[in-house]
Ligand binder design. Structure first.
Ligand SMILES: [Zn+2]
Ligand SMILES: [Zn+2]
Length: 177
């Protein structure tokens, strides 16, 4: 198995407390209708056999495409997410019969082939980790309010930007007096 899917048939036969560690070398992941990761999802996962299933402790990193909220430039930066979730089997690994109680959340069900799939959780947690107002750089200079020039590329012909109100208003008052 590879990528974000792991066959846990063997681990399910081991006693509670048994663990397995894996490297995640995923594929590009669709995050929502608008965006997918700019590169493969990478990270680590530790799978721990619990009484009812398997606890996955996951660290993820993926390059994401962003648009700067200040200057509207496209850029790529990495997003990270870490989470712990408990997966539950849908089929008894020894008898092969369906188990009585399955996980309410479909994303947390180990399928009938004993495959634990992290894709849906990875998608959800990376989506949560994305900034609401991404910046191409912490001190992005933004666009000139008058001509729209990207001020990260140097000044435009409009001259220095006047600060907005209320200081602008105060300055006018002070200049009049
Ligand atoms: Zn910017
Ligand atoms: Zn300008």
């Amino acid at each position: 198995m590879e990528k974000l899917r792991f066959n846990v048939a063997h681990l399910l036969t081991l006693p509670v407390g048994a663990t397995r560690n894996f490297k995640i070398q995923g594929e590009r992941l669709l995050i929502d209708e608008m965006a997918s990761t700019a590169g493969p999802v990478q990270g680590t996962v530790r799978l721990l056999r619990t009484k009812v299933g398997i606890l996955a402790s996951v660290e993820l990193k993926a390059a994401m495409p962003y648009q700067c909220s200040r200057c509207a430039e496209d850029f790529i930066a990495s997003a990270t997410a870490s989470f712990e979730e408990e997966f539950m089997p849908t089929v008894d690994v020894v008898t092969g019969y369906p188990v009585g109680e399955v996980a309410e959340d479909e994303a947390l069900r180990i399928d009938a082939n004993h495959v634990l799939d992290l894709s849906e959780l990875a998608r959800q947690y990376i989506a949560l980790a994305l900034p609401m107002q991404p910046l191409c750089q912490p001190d992005c200079a933004g666009l000139c309010e008058r001509c729209g020039h990207n001020l990260n590329r140097g000044l435009c012909q409009c001259g220095p930007q006047e600060p907005g109100t209320p200081w602008q208003a105060l300055k006018i008052i002070l200049e009049r007096s």
